[in-house]
Design a protein around this ligand. Structure first.
Ligand code: ZN
Length: 257
């Protein structure tokens, strides 16, 4: 009995862990884009905290620790569920915490240099990842289908779901490394970057939620998705990766200013 239970736990964890993150590539792209937009002061502060590691290489830390029970309390930070017709500010917050709560907590801990280096580094790594998750629209999806995880579709003839299509299928099938993908994003001028950086965390959540609402309408349950779906939505994927990076830089520049 005990064995079965452990096995069950394992498989839940495994399938859960497999299906709820922007691909590693996506997070690294966001880290690399942000790295280019850091102020000198922020870069120096980050170098010290991260011992010279770049943002791309620490961007998946929060997913890597997910399978470790000691970090269970952070699982709910990777997403936030909001009904389509509501704003974050008028929902009852989850008792387990959520993406918004997580980001705010990370910012406040990293900002306070009386915290230990160990704590600041941990929450900095979390923050870099969570700003990425915030820009994967299905991380701001609906509770009843676990952010699209229960919306089954086929991806090139194989079973997938709406969440996974956006987390991983499209980006992985595009076949570029994170550096190739980051450098192939459209060039933005200063004004365009500034416009992207405007607004608050909650404004960015709202934006992702609005995209998620469109994505729910973009598929029928069981639909066979392939090239055409990518043609239609790849621009949105790129736009979200770029926004994620440019905004992550803003958040970090504000913390270390
Ligand atoms: Zn995540």
């Amino acid at each position: 009995m005990k064995k079965i239970f452990i096995l069950l736990l394992f498989s839940i964890q495994f399938s859960f862990g497999n299906s709820i993150f922007w691909s590693k590539t996506g997070h690294r792209v966001i880290g690399k884009v942000a790295q280019e937009e850091l102020s000198g002061k922020t870069r120096r502060a980050l170098n010290k905290l991260l011992d010279g590691q770049g943002l791309a290489s620490i961007s998946n830390f929060a997913d890597e620790i997910k399978a470790d029970r000691r970090f269970r309390e952070f699982s709910a930070w990777h997403y936030v569920n909001i009904p389509p017709d509501k704003d974050y500010s008028n929902i009852e917050p989850s008792e387990y915490g959520d993406l918004v709560v997580g980001i705010q907590k990370c910012i406040s801990i990293v900002k306070n240099d009386s915290n230990t280096k160990e704590d600041r580094v941990f929450y900095l790594k979390m923050l870099v990842h969570l700003i990425g998750d915030l820009h994967q629209p299905m991380h701001v999806g609906r509770l009843e289908d676990k952010g699209g995880n229960d919306v089954q579709v086929q991806w090139f003839g194989r079973g997938s779901n709406l969440h996974r299509v956006w987390d991983a299928n499209m980006i992985n099938d595009y076949g570029m490394s994170y550096t190739e993908l980051a450098t192939s994003l459209p060039e933005l001028n200063k004004l365009e970057k500034k416009a992207i950086q405007e607004g608050s965390i909650l404004d960015w959540v709202k934006e992702s939620q609005e995209i998620a609402n469109k994505l729910y309408d973009s598929v029928e349950v069981g639909e066979k998705l392939a090239y055409r779906y990518s043609y239609t939505w790849w621009g949105t994927v790129e736009g979200q990766l770029q926004k994620g990076g440019v905004r992550l830089a803003k958040v970090l520049n504000e913390i270390f200013k």
